[in-house]
Write a protein that binds this ligand. Structure first.
Ligand code: NAD
Length: 341
């Protein structure tokens, strides 16, 4: 049976105390809310911890919402309280700042909030005896690798504070595993886009698909930053993964942590194929039924020509692979924008 959406302060106990519960920190956000839906559909109980800084209360319907800023000095104590009260046996940690440009302008905020938030979560897990932790990492840990396919064995070399905080987060997980009875998985997301449900769409205009849709809506011509890269059409190639596929990877990670064998802790999440900027714009044109002719601008610093991940490890170890195409991604993003208008 599903619980009705509810909200309570960080000092009151969450409502469940008797069965399997996952604490989803940042579950009111874009990716987290998709995972919350999938967990609820599986019949699992979910407590969302979120300060609603970029998330939305209405996205947590069906779960219990506890409003808490996990960077607060007393957050570890409050989180441990919620974990014990709810009988949580797993945590998925999404809550973080995620904008590369902002991280370059405000590195202290990224180092403080992304690292302190995770430290509080891990401390609380150790105190409350929660064993399984899934962490949102990012392809940004890799920096600008000069390879055709990015494997997890490549030594990360982040080139901005955002990517650095994610890489440090992975170290923190490894240290916490050594110190406490914890089992962790870090998922390195590649380019996430689309919407599993129209009301859970990405509201931030930061990635290529929303940027192009936003420009078109405002009657502007989308800009392509550089068409002289060493790629077939000269524009940058990225690995776009549908947010619903990505959400499903978290379910696979939880199942993996609940099992016995655990040969790896870090996994790429992508499709293993790339699409160029022009191919994405063409797909958006197909979804909208219009031809889009972008303006070609200068290259931006820090953009590698191609970033495509190897999906061997996640397929072989978690049994997960993506199911959706670039057209599925773009169509779902277009439908979600239309529904929001
Ligand atoms: N969206 C992407 O393309 C992408 C790619 C790679 C990695 N990631 C990572 O995935 C995670 C989720 O990203 P998203 O796109 O869903 O972002 P989002 O901003 O939509 O979601 C983040 C959620 O965390 C909450 N939150 C933020 N700071 C908090 C705090 N201090 N205490 C409590 N709650 C807090 C927000 O209110 C929001 O609900 C982030 O860690 C991000 O770095 C995202």
């Amino acid at each position: 049976m599903r619980m009705m959406a509810g909200s309570r302060s960080a000092c009151e106990p969450a409502r469940y105390a008797d069965a399997m519960t996952t604490l989803v920190i940042g579950g009111a956000g874009y990716i987290g809310s998709h995972v919350v839906r999938l967990l609820l559909e599986k019949g699992e109980r979910v407590v969302v911890i979120d300060d609603l800084s970029t998330g939305f209360r209405e996205r947590t319907t069906g779960a219990e919402l506890v409003e808490l800023d996990v960077t607060r000095p007393d957050a570890a104590e409050k989180l441990a309280f919620q974990m014990k009260a709810s009988g949580a046996n797993a945590v998925i940690h999404f809550a973080a700042h995620k904008q590369v440009g902002e991280s370059v302008a405000k590195p202290e905020m990224y180092w403080h909030d992304n690292v302190a938030g995770l430290a509080h979560v891990l401390e609380a897990c150790a105190t409350a005896g929660v064993r399984d932790v899934v962490f949102s990492s990012s392809a940004a840990v890799y920096g600008m690798p000069d390879v055709d396919l990015v494997t997890e064995d490549l030594t990360p070399q982040p080139i901005n504070p955002y990517g650095a905080t994610k890489y440090v987060g992975e170290w923190m997980l490894a240290d916490a595993e050594r110190a406490h009875d914890l089992r962790t998985v870090a998922l390195r997301y590649f380019n996430v886009a689309g919407a599993g449900w129209p009301e859970l769409a990405d509201t931030l205009v930061m990635n290529l698909v929303p940027i192009v849709l936003d420009a078109l809506e405002q009657g502007k011509t989308p800009i392509v930053f550089g068409n002289d890269y060493n790629t077939p059409d000269g524009t940058c190639i990225r690995d776009y993964v549908h947010v619903l596929d990505l959400a499903d990877a978290h379910i696979a990670a939880l199942e993996y942590l609940r099992g016995e064998e655990r040969p790896h802790r870090v996994f790429n999440v992508g499709t293993g194929t790339g699409s160029s900027v022009l191919e994405v714009i063409e797909a958006i044109g197909r979804a909208l039924g219009q031809e889009i002719t972008p303006t070609i601008g200068e290259r931006r610093p820090g953009d590698p020509a191609r970033l495509i991940c190897s999906t061997d490890r996640i397929r072989e170890t978690l049994g997960w692979s993506s199911t959706k195409t670039l057209d599925d991604i773009v169509r779902s993003a277009v439908e979600a924008r239309r529904a929001a208008q």
